[in-house]
Design a protein around this ligand. Structure first.
Ligand code: SF4
Length: 307
């Protein structure tokens, strides 16, 4: 089986000490069994002290330090584990982040999560979001639930991309075509209802709750901004629609994607900005707060199921 990825995937390299929102700050990092055994087998003079930094228990993880920093993130923003032992000693989560995997009707696919600022910059600056390229042959495909028999997410996704990328038509018309084709739109609920729902979600940073109150389903149109929201929407479609199990799940996932797109456009409006420098932090925040919280994603998708 071949693993496929969006074209920009191969350009990704972690920017490490230049990253302003390091994934080594604020997240609890679970340690997988194989890596835990590797750590246990290290000699005491290996150059790094690991034992005091691991919280044992049902799911062993690194004990965060002041400022919620990973204990192995040094003051220059680099990882002491890599510097001392090499990348082979990273646990699965650290090695894989910001990658995510799913099985579409095409096979296994990998993408880059937008909560990583470098991934977000690549996603919003890449013109071609429709092409998937082979990355590697998988001998032992990752275990994922298969798509339902007969539900062809690859064809759905290429229909969505062909509507979205038809630059002969105004952007608003392309969004409307997508909504009409799949019977889902954020305007199924009023702006006030969405604002109320966004207000009740869980937030990593409470300031983002106030930021998301700027949501409107009808932000102003703007050429520069629309190129960026189009690419963000294509990413959300890749991540959330590709692995849909059936029509209902696809509809809820697409509703979630369209809502995220309107939220990004609203936040750019509120900031009176339409360039990639402004869009990257805003798209990253939406991803971090809405996509990287399973509860928040589920509650927003559910709102489309119930609409
Ligand atoms: S968020 Fe992305 S760029 Fe930043 S440290 Fe993590 S992987 Fe690297």
């Amino acid at each position: 089986m071949t693993l496929y990825a969006p074209q920009y995937y191969k350009q990704f390299t972690c920017i490490a000490d230049r990253c302003r929102h390091s994934c080594c700050i604020g997240w609890e990092i679970d340690i997988d069994d194989v890596t835990l055994q590797k750590y246990a087998a290290l000699p005491s003079d290996c150059g790094i002290c690991l034992s005091g930094t691991i919280e044992q228990g049902e799911t062993p993880h690194f004990r965060l330090c002041e400022g919620e920093r990973c204990p192995h993130l040094n003051s220059t923003g680099l990882c002491n584990l890599i510097l001392t032992l090499g990348e082979d000693y990273l646990c699965d989560i650290c090695r894989e982040h910001p990658r995510f995997y799913h099985r579409s009707s095409c096979g296994m696919e990998v993408g880059l999560g937008m909560a990583c600022e470098e991934a977000c910059r690549l996603i919003l600056s890449s013109e071609d979001y429709t092409t998937l390229v082979p990355i590697e042959a998988l001998e032992d495909p990752l275990e994922q639930p298969p798509s339902a028999d007969g539900f062809d997410t690859a064809t759905v996704r290429s229909q969505l991309y062909s509507l979205l990328s038809d630059h002969s038509r105004p952007y608003a018309d392309r969004l409307r075509d997508i909504s009409l084709a799949y019977h889902v739109t954020p305007t199924m609920r009023s702006d006030r209802e969405w604002q109320a729902l966004l207000d009740t979600l869980e937030y990593l940073d409470p300031a983002h709750k106030a930021l998301f109150s700027h949501y409107t389903s009808a932000p102003s149109a703007g050429c520069g901004k629309e190129v960026l929201t189009e690419r963000a929407l294509a990413y959300w479609i890749f991540r959330h629609c590709s692995a849909a199990y059936d029509e209902d799940e696809l509809r809820a996932a697409l509703g979630f994607c369209l809502l995220c797109e309107r939220l990004l456009a609203s936040l750019l409006d509120a900031a009176d900005a339409s360039d990639i420098t402004a869009a990257v932090p805003l798209a990253r925040i939406i991803s971090e707060e809405l996509e990287y919280s399973e509860d928040n994603t589920d509650r927003l998708k559910l709102a489309f199921f119930e609409a």
